[in-house]
Design a protein around this ligand. Structure first.
Ligand code: ATP
Ligand code: MG
Length: 424
């Protein structure tokens, strides 16, 4: 590349520009309030973890570990590292490392970038964002149902339309073992229909074949033996109770016996919230129970359940719904001209900020007229107009931007006047 060519971001990794970032900030605030209303607490993990963590947690024979991870050797000491492709493994690692589960179940959430080397397309990026929610140390079906109910409340709060819930259970180890043998036998009869990935996984991880999105294999997948028919009594009861609780709260769902999720750590309840409005990238939120993971990562066995939502997909859906940008980002624009006026203007801006107002102080000079144009474009509701004349009198001209009379007020009355005008 020649040195004066404009540098570009990495393919599949997006800049979020200020016009769009307003929607992100609003969304993040709504989501945080909602999480706190269910008693979840924030946890923040590194973006980089030892590669082994994801291999152990997600499973060696999964799309993520086989082909989607950004892994590299630390150039200084050769450690094998990976940019996190998801948050659950890191979250559980952090909880164990810091002993958070000692006698105390935990409701935790995190948010931020995830990295997967996928083919970029609408709703599928190489850097994307998730909110992840994990409840550790809870065994009963009540928490599974609560997490699903929580989601339903968020969709309602956001005004999302056309989102449906798909539900399944993956049972426990023994039933999966029996099912696995039947699955292998089923697919072995029709080897010629399996694609390369599925042929390779037939003996290492046949359940993953059910997760394939290859249209040519969907009939074969639909005819596969159902794990549901192998369930132990405990797992069945757990699943029945989750369903009963959802019904009591009027949360409709559809049982999808082929929903297996793309990661190995799940057992019992799994779910996905899907929409038909984002093309093939229709899953906006997905999760389930993962009782074996804590032990797999080296902790004392502890039950757990969680889910993650894709922020880009949720925002795409909101925009598709015609979601308008929330309120303008400044309240007041301060226009000033002259040496004395500039010093006075800067003090008045600070005074308004003392009352938590959002104030843009004009920088860079120019005529009153050109400054007023900038004030207009800023979206501010109020402009302060300050010349040396005002500065000498210790007064400020206050102009409502939506029309109405300009008033001249004293320093003492400035904040009250501006607040009154902002409320109009
Ligand atoms: P998919 O089947 O669409 O690949 P997944 O099962 O791999 O999704 P999860 O690991 O369950 O996804 O991640 C939870 C959520 O994160 C998904 O439901 C989706 O909303 C979002 N997500 C996953 N991968 C991407 C991506 N590459 N780009 C944007 N969002 C993503
Ligand atoms: Mg995926």
């Amino acid at each position: 590349m020649s040195s004066n060519e404009t540098l570009q971001a990495v393919r599949g990794m997006n800049d979020i520009l200020p016009d769009e970032a307003g929607l992100w900030l609003w969304f993040e605030e709504v989501v945080r309030d909602w999480l706190h209303s269910y008693g979840y607490r924030n946890i923040r993990m590194p973006l980089v973890e030892p590669t082994d963590l994801f291999k152990r947690a997600i499973g060696e024979v999964t799309d993520i570990v086989e082909k989607e991870m950004y892994s590299f050797a630390d150039a200084l000491n050769g450690d094998q590292l990976t940019l996190r492709p998801e948050g659950t493994a890191s979250c559980v690692r952090a909880v164990l490392q810091h002993n958070l589960l000692y006698n105390a179940p935990q409701r935790l959430y995190y948010s931020g970038q995830m990295f997967r080397h996928e083919r970029p397309q609408k709703g599928r990026y190489r850097q994307f964002h998730q909110f992840g929610v994990e409840a550790l140390g809870f065994a009963g079906p009540d928490i599974d149902a609560e997490q699903i109910l929580m989601c339903a409340r968020l969709w309602k709060k956001l005004g999302l339309r056309d989102v449906t819930l798909q539900l399944n259970t993956l049972g426990d180890a023994a039933s999966r073992h029996r099912h696995r043998a039947k699955l292998i036998a089923h697919f072995e009869q029709r080897m010629e229909l399996l694609d390369a990935d599925s042929t390779r996984r037939l003996h290492s991880n046949p359940l993953r074949i059910l997760d394939s999105k290859n249209p040519a294999m969907q009939d074969l997948i639909a005819a596969a033996p159902r794990l549901m028919d192998e369930l132990e009594e405990d797992a069945l009861r757990h699943f029945d109770e989750v369903q009963a609780m959802l019904k009591r709260h009027d949360v409709p769902f559809e049982i999808n016996p082929h929903l297996v999720r793309g990661l190995d750590y799940y057992n019992r309840t799994v779910f996905e919230w899907v929409t038909t409005r984002l093309g093939a990238q229709g899953t906006i939120c997905a999760g389930g129970r993962y009782d074996g993971l804590v032990e797999q990562i080296g902790g004392k066995p502890a039950p757990a359940t969680g889910f993650a939502m894709g922020v880009e997909r949720l925002l795409a859906l909101l925009q598709d719904d015609g979601m308008a940008l929330p309120k303008p980002e400044v309240d007041v624009y301060v226009v000033h001209q002259g040496e004395l006026a500039s010093q006075f203007a800067s003090r008045m801006a600070e005074q308004l900020r003392d009352s938590n107002l959002r104030v843009l102080l004009h920088c860079g000079g120019g005529s009153f007229k050109s400054q007023m144009k900038k004030a207009d474009a800023s979206g501010a509701c109020v402009a302060l107009v300050i010349g040396d004349d005002e500065a000498q009198a210790n007064e400020i001209s206050v102009k409502p931007m939506q029309g109405g009379e300009q008033e001249r007020v004293s320093v003492q009355n400035l904040t009250a006047t501006v607040v009154r005008l902002l409320k109009l």
